[in-house]
Write a new protein. Structure first.
Length: 382
C-alpha cells in the first residue's frame, strides 16, 4: 500500500480508501462489517461513509466494525458527511454530528464533510452566519470532529474558488480517467493550496468495468481498463486518496494490488488518453441516484440516463438506440418503470439535483422520440 500525506493535516493516509456506498444490503450488517476488518488488515486506513448510503445501513455497518476494532482505533481514520440543505443551522449540524458519532461508535470523526456542494448557493448556505459550518467549528473545538472538509460536484474553476476560501482542509470530488480533462483545474488548485484531495468514482460509477471492450484504450501493458482506471487515480501525485466502493473481498484485493504496483501515468500515457477521451465522456451519467425521488411522475431517471450513456459512448444511431430501447423496455433496467421518458413534465427538479449537471430534460426528449418510433412500429409501452 502507498501512503500519502493528507494536505497539511500531518496525517498519513492510504492511497486506497474504503468507500462505504456499495455494501451488499442483502447481507447482514455484521457480515458487511467484516469487509472493513479485511480492508484495515490490508493497510487501508481511510474509511468513508455517510448517512443514507446503502439504504441508510452504511454508518451502522461502520459502527459495528469500529466497535470491534476499538483496540486499533488509532490505526484508521473515519470520514462521514452532512448536507447543508438538511442541516441548515449550527444546532442542526451539531445534532447531525452527535447522531453520526453514536451510529459510528466513536468519540471523534476524523474527517467531516460539508456534503455534496453542487451549486454555489449550497456553499453559501453552509457558510452563512449560524449555519452548518459554524456548528461544525463548535464540534471541532469540542474534539468531536478533527478536520472539516468538503465534498463537491462543482466544475473545475468553481472548485478553485471553493478551496481558496481557506475554510476546508480537504476536498472530495469526482475525478477519474474519463473525466480528468474537465476536472483537473479543481484537483490542481486544491493540491497547490495544501488541501487533501480525495477522488470518488474512480470507475465512473461502474461505466468502466461494464464497458471494458469499448474502453480497452485505457489499459497499459498487462492490465485491464478497470485496473488502469484505478492506477490513474491511485498513482496520481495530486490525488491523496482514491475511494473505492467495496462489495467483496476481491474488490479490496484488486485495489490493493493496483496500489502495490502503481506506476504513475507518463506524459505519453496522458497524451494517448487525451486523444481518445472525447467531450462526451464528461457527460456520462454515473448512476449516483441523486436525481431519484424528486420526479412528480416517477420516471426512473437514472435508468434512462444510463441507457443514454450508450449513445454518448458508442455513438449509436437513432435506429440502433430505438432497437436497444425495445430490449430495455422488455428486459432491461427500465422494464418495471411507472412512466416513460415522454411523460416528463419538464419541472427541472432532477436537473437541479444531478451531480453531473446533465441536461436530463433534453435527453428524455430524445429518448421520447425513440419511444414514439417504437409505438409507431407497434411495440407496446406501459
Ligand atoms: S424534469 Fe421531467 S424527469 Fe425531471 S423530475 Fe421533472 S418530470 Fe421528472
Ligand atoms: S442523472 Fe445525474 S443525478 Fe441521476 S444518476 Fe445520473 S449522474 Fe446521478
Amino acid at each position: 500500500m502507498i501512503y500519502k500525506s493528507y494536505g497539511k493535516t500531518g496525517l498519513n493516509v492510504s492511497a486506497v480508501g474504503f468507500g462505504g456506498m456499495r455494501f451488499d444490503t442483502k447481507q447482514s450488517n455484521e457480515e458487511n462489517a467484516k469487509l472493513l476488518h479485511y480492508a484495515v488488515d490490508h493497510g487501508i486506513n481511510y474509511l468513508d461513509t455517510a448517512p443514507g448510503y446503502c439504504d441508510d445501513k452504511s454508518e451502522d455497518i461502520f459502527g459495528i466494525a469500529i466497535k470491534q476494532m476499538a483496540d486499533k482505533r488509532d490505526r484508521f481514520y473515519v470520514s462521514t458527511k452532512g448536507m447543508p440543505e438538511k442541516f441548515d443551522t449550527a444546532e442542526k449540524a451539531q445534532e447531525a454530528v452527535e447522531t453520526s458519532l453514536k451510529r459510528l461508535n466513536t468519540d471523534t470523526i476524523d474527517f467531516y464533510h460539508v456534503w455534496c456542494i453542487r451549486r454555489w448557493s449550497e456553499y453559501e448556505l453552509a457558510t452563512k452566519p449560524g449555519g452548518q459550518y459554524e456548528g461544525l467549528l463548535k464540534c471541532k473545538e469540542q474534539g468531536k470532529i478533527k478536520h472539516i472538509v468538503v465534498s463537491t460536484h462543482l466544475r473545475g474553476p468553481e472548485v478553485e474558488n471553493l478551496v481558496s476560501k481557506n475554510e476546508f482542509e480537504g476536498v472530495l470530488l469526482g475525478v477519474n480517467i474519463l473525466n480528468f480533462l474537465y476536472r483537473w483545474d479543481g484537483v490542481q488548485a486544491a493540491h497547490k493550496l495544501g488541501l487533501g484531495v480525495v477522488a470518488m468514482n474512480p470507475l465512473a460509477g461502474g461505466i468502466i468495468p461494464q464497458n471494458e471492450d469499448f474502453l480497452s484504450f485505457l489499459a497499459g501493458e498487462n492490465e485491464t481498463p478497470t485496473e488502469a482506471a484505478l492506477r490513474f487515480c491511485i498513482s496520481c501525485p495530486q490525488i491523496t486518496v482514491t475511494l473505492n466502493g467495496f462489495t467483496t473481498k476481491d474488490h479490496i484485493e484488486t485495489a490493493c494490488k493496483v496500489a502495490d504496483n502503481a506506476k504513475p501515468f507518463t506524459e505519453e500515457d496522458i497524451e494517448r488518453l487525451r486523444s481518445h477521451v472525447t467531450n462526451n465522456m464528461d457527460k456520462l451519467c454515473t448512476g449516483c441516484g441523486y436525481c431519484m425521488g424528486h420526479c412528480p411522475v416517477d420516471i426512473p431517471i437514472a435508468s434512462f440516463m444510463q441507457f443514454y450513456n450508450n449513445q454518448l459512448m458508442l455513438n449509436k444511431t437513432d435506429t440502433e438506440m430505438t432497437k436497444d430501447l425495445a430490449v430495455e423496455w422488455e428486459w432491461g433496467v427500465i422494464a418495471d418503470r411507472h412512466a416513460n421518458a415522454a411523460d416528463c413534465v419538464q419541472c427541472g427538479r432532477c436537473e437541479t439535483a444531478c451531480t453531473q449537471h446533465l441536461d436530463i430534460i433534453n435527453r428524455l426528449g430524445h429518448i421520447g422520440e425513440w419511444e414514439a418510433s417504437l409505438k409507431k412500429n407497434g411495440e407496446q409501452s406501459s
